[in-house]
Every structure is written in C-alpha cells, then in structure tokens.
Design a binder for this molecule. Structure first.
Ligand code: HGY
Ligand code: MN
Ligand code: MN
Ligand code: MN
Length: 404
C-alpha cells in the first residue's frame, strides 16, 4: 500500500490550474470528481465498503455501517488556485492510517465488536462553487435551509439542484440526515495547518481547540453603466471607483479591531468590459473574529462606510449575508483523549473553517493540524514536508487506534 506521500503524489496532477497556479478542484467539477473516484478506488483496494449518501458525502466503512462509529474525514474540493494539501491531506492520511492500523494487526473484525471506522469525504467544503462553505456538512446537519441550498448558483448559473441531479443525487432528498449523524460517534479531521502556530522545529502535529467565527457577505455597488469614451469624468457614477474605496475601507476597519480579519477576495464588475463603465460591481467580503458580536459590529461598521463611499460617488450599495458560522470549540473530552494519545502535541486555535467545525454542534468533533512551515494556505505555496505528512498519518493512526 502507498504511504501518505505516495498517495498525495498520485493525485498531484489532478486539477492543476495553469493560469492561477496551484489547483482548482471545484465541487463536482471534473478534477474533483476524478479525486472522488480516486478515493473510492483506494478505499475499495483496502477492503472498505463505500457508499455515497443523499447529500453527496462519501462514506468508506471499515466494519459494518453502524451508529456511534469512529469517523475521520475531510474534503477534496479546493479554492481556485489552491494548495495541494488543504483537504486531500486529511483524506490521504486517513487511507494511510488504515494501512498502518492493519500492519498493527487491526482488521475489520478487530476494530472492536462495538465500533466500526469510516472515512468521509465532504463535498463543497470551500464553498468555491456555490458560495457557501461546508455545504455538504451543513446539509447533513440541517445547518442550511434546503431550498436555499438547492437554489445556490455557480458562476455559470447552474443551481446546486441541477448539479446534484447531474451527479445522481435526488434534490428532493438532500438535507438533514439524522441516521447519518447517528453513525458518527466521534469525528476527527486531520488538516494542514493554515497559519504558523507550529512554525519550525518542535512537534509537527497539533490538536485543534476552536474555529474562529466566520462569515461571507455580498456587497453590490450600483452606478450608471456607460461608455468609457463618451462619458466625461464629471458625469460619472462609477461603481468600480466606489468599490475600490470600499476594499480599502474594509482593510482599514478590520485593522482597527484587534484579532479581526476581513477580506475582499473576489470582485465582479458587471458587465465587465474594458471600454465600459460598469453598471454594478459585486464584492464578496469574508470577515472573522473570535467574538461573534464583534464580527457583527465589524460588518455594520463596514456597511456604514460603504454606504457613505457609494453616496459620494453617486452610487448605491446593498449588503446581503451569504453564510455565517459562529465561533466553535471542539469537544473538550475528545480533544483531551486525543491529547493523551499524542503526548506533547500543542493545542491550536484555527482561523479557518472546517467540516469538523460544522459537525461540532452535533457530534463530538476534534481536529489535528499538520505543520505547514510558512503557514501559507489557499495558495500554490501551501507546503508540508514529507516527514511531517508521514508523522501526521502515524499520529492519526495512533488517535484512531486509541479511540476504537
Ligand atoms: O474558508 C475557510 O476557512 C476554509 O478553508 N473553508
Ligand atoms: Mn480545508
Ligand atoms: Mn480551505
Ligand atoms: Mn475544512
């Protein structure tokens, strides 16, 4: 069986983005479907029984599907131009951990009469295609209204319902799945660290403590579309000029709030012609803070400044919340047991959202982080040293063995 590094190496060319660099593996796009197929093959090679549930979550069972199982998983989709590890590291490590447990003499009969093990792959964790992060785990837990989810659209106008149907899911069946939730006795997600908590030297693996509250909002600035050559500067209501000032105001407002993070990572002018003054500019705001009330204040402050800027440019602006997840603390009992299984592992909070965070409100949930020396993520520069990926697979095997 391949090691975790060999498993990662075997998918290193899937979904490479020549224009952006890194990987673009949007949910249910060809590259992500190719990775789902890769995972299913790898799981079946290990004798795991694979099923895909009504929300498109893949479950690979070691032992019979049962309530209260031990579950580990992550995602295979990426942000546009993302790194090689965000998501796939958790999946490859889980496959490698099964191999390690088998070499230690555990097999499906020996995973204890009371407990099976499952590896799960959650779709649309990044929310890069339909705009809502952790869409799969939110549907599983009922954290998103089904009609809102079904009507989410990608940039080509395809609804999630269309894409689900095209991938053999029945839109009438997506949504909260109590039977599936009951099968998760404990959930552990291994993930590349996103940030520099583990730095250089010292332990390569940390145990997660909490996830920063985070949300996504859409600001739409409307002005007067017009001809770039025939419209005098004094006669313009240019939403792009307002949007540019709003982006800076987002940075300035967040910079004044300790520990706040606010980002405009995506901006779309409409219609988007070089010789056209845009009629509208949509900006997507990602804002995060440990205190949900502070995030709310931050958004209110940003919207206030945006309205002033828009008015000064003869434009108007609207704000709509697309998704929000409050700050989450992982299960203290499970995290303590994991800490006992990984002596000396530091405890780290994370500013990144994860399916483990969505599940934390429903089942005992915990995370492991594997050192990323630069801390850079959501970038082609994301990196984990081979010895640290190997250490992560062993750590996951130790944790799974201890929890079985
Ligand atoms: O956006 C996030 O925090 C996660 O990577 N989906
Ligand atoms: Mn991730
Ligand atoms: Mn991510
Ligand atoms: Mn995640």
């Amino acid at each position: 069986m391949e090691t975790v590094n060999q498993l990662l190496d075997s998918i290193k060319d899937v979904g490479r983005d020549a224009m952006r660099g890194g990987y673009s593996r949007a949910a249910y796009s060809t590259p992500e479907l190719e990775l789902r197929h890769w995972f299913i093959e790898q799981a079946q090679q290990r004798g795991l029984d694979v099923e895909t549930d009504r929300n498109g979550i893949i479950w690979a069972w070691w032992g019979k599907p049962q309530d209260g199982a031990l579950v580990t998983g992550s995602h295979l989709d990426s942000v546009p131009g993302g790194g090689a590890f965000d998501g796939p590291l958790g999946i490859a490590s889980a496959l490698a951990a099964v191999d390690i447990l088998k070499t230690r003499g555990l097999d499906s009969k020996n995973t204890g009469p009371h407990r099976s093990l499952a590896i799960t792959v959650f779709p649309e964790e990044e929310g890069s295609r339909f705009g809502v992060a952790c869409l799969g785990s939110r549907l599983l837990t009922g954290a998103i209204a089904v009609d809102k989810a079904l009507n989410l659209r990608d940039v080509d106008g395809n609804t999630f319902a269309d894409v689900a149907r095209g991938n053999r899911l029945d839109p009438r069946r997506v949504g909260r799945d109590p039977e599936a939730i009951a099968r998760i006795g404990d959930f552990v997600e291994l993930h590349v660290e996103q940030g520099k908590g583990l730095g250089h030297g010292g332990p390569a693996i940390a145990v997660g403590s909490s996830i920063l509250g985070h949300g996504r909002w859409k600001l739409s600035v409307s002005g007067q579309g017009n001809h770039a050559g025939t419209t005098l500067m004094a006669d313009r209501a240019d939403p792009m000029v307002a949007a540019a000032q709003i982006v800076v105001a987002v940075r300035d407002t967040a910079a004044r709030q300790p520990d706040a993070r606010a980002t405009v990572g995506r901006l779309t002018p409409v219609p988007g012609g070089t010789n056209v003054i845009a009629s509208r500019v949509d900006l997507w705001l990602d804002a995060r803070h440990p205190d949900d009330a502070v995030t709310a204040q931050l958004i209110s402050a940003i919207y206030g400044v945006a309205r002033e800027i828009a008015a000064s440019e003869g434009c108007a602006v609207t704000l709509t919340e697309e998704s929000y997840s409050g700050t989450v603390h992982f299960d203290p009992g499970l995290s303590r047991r994991i800490g006992e299984l990984l002596p000396g592992a530091p405890v780290l909070a994370t500013g990144a959202g994860h399916d483990a965070g969505v599940l934390a409100g429903h089942v005992p949930s915990a995370m492991l982080f594997v050192r990323n020396p630069s801390g850079i993520s959501h970038s082609p520069e994301e990196y984990v040293a081979d010895e640290d990926t190997a250490a992560g697979a062993i750590a996951l095997a130790d944790v799974l063995e201890g929890l079985l």
